[in-house]
Design a protein around this ligand. Structure first.
Ligand code: SF4
Length: 294
């Protein structure tokens, strides 16, 4: 009988007391254990930020890479060993700013990695500057003036980029988050989870209590159906509903699965088809050189 692997190692966690990151770490390591995975089945790749420390605390393979560059490293790992469950951990400052190009490109590529975005709306590691999900006009205690930038909508960006599994969790709803992470990891295409993660040190607006009063679960609505299957006549309607739902923010904030697209094959499958049929595919580049070599 296979022993259940404990993914939490004994390295001391140095996040601030009350940080939402603790809930994410618990949800992630519990999810991996419940999926009966071993340390050799998993690679955790991070960028820079408080979230970047996650691979240090997980008993699995991992790498703490450069700011905004976790996704290309993770894709390299995934394509080298498609059987690995490759998980990116990054903040909204990392993935939605300097790493935004990579985030969008991976949606289109759909290589089968799982992206966990620790969304606290501030750059926690560097004293709480406004990060890309902080709303326009909001002034946290770490800002001298209200935020002058408008915010990115991460769910909409992920869906429109092509991620085939898109969800939102809350770091203080650990069991709910764990279940979403399990679904995301087992999904063949690339998945993106926006995780609402209070930063009590720098963000005194979007606190644990602030979220607890507002979040509600999409799965409580039995009519909510985010799954698109092959030849689904409601595919466009479901896509539009997911986008519309992504804009709900304020007194009520939805958490749960927004969008699942089972129609799009992951990149590894497309690559295999390409390689298998290589001889039949005509070359894309024609020889256009002239006789004199110009
Ligand atoms: Fe968490 Fe904020 Fe402290 Fe970073 S600065 S560890 S996000 S509470």
């Amino acid at each position: 009988m296979k022993m259940v692997h404990n993914f939490r190692n004994d390295i001391t966690v140095d996040w601030c007391p009350g940080c939402g990151d603790f809930g994410i770490l618990t949800a992630l390591t519990s999810a991996l254990s419940e999926l009966n995975l071993g340390s050799h089945d998993v690679a955790i790749i991070s960028g820079i930020g408080c979230s970047g420390k996650t691979p240090h605390y997980v008993n699995a393979a991992g790498a703490h890479t450069l700011h905004g560059r976790a996704i290309p490293v993770a894709v390299g790992v995934k394509l080298t060993n498609p059987h690995l469950k490759v998980i990116v951990t990054g903040g909204d400052g990392d993935l939605m700013s300097i790493g935004a190009g990579h985030l969008v490109a991976e949606g289109r590529r759909n290589s089968g990695i799982t992206v966990l975005m620790y969304d606290n709306a501030v750059y926690g590691l560097t004293k709480g500057q406004a990060a890309p999900t902080l709303k326009l006009g909001v002034q946290t205690k770490s800002l001298a003036r209200p935020n002058i930038y408008d915010a990115i909508n991460p769910i909409m960006l992920a869906i429109s980029s092509g991620y085939s599994f898109v969800a939102r969790g809350f770091s203080f709803e650990i069991a709910h988050l764990k279940n979403i992470i399990k679904q995301a990891i087992m999904f063949p295409g690339s998945s993106f989870i926006d995780i609402l993660q209070p930063c009590p040190t720098y963000n005194n607006i979007n606190t644990m209590d602030w979220y607890k009063k507002r979040v509600y679960k999409l799965d409580d609505d039995k009519s909510w159906d985010p799954v698109i299957t092959e030849n689904d006549p409601k595919a466009e309607e479901k896509y539009n509903k997911a986008i519309e739902k992504s804009f709900e923010w304020g007194d009520k904030i939805p958490i749960g699965v927004f969008y699942v697209n089972k129609k799009v094959p992951p990149f590894t499958e497309r690559l295999k088809q390409y390689v298998d049929n290589y001889e039949q595919i005509p070359p894309a580049v024609q020889d256009v050189s002239t006789e004199d070599g110009k």
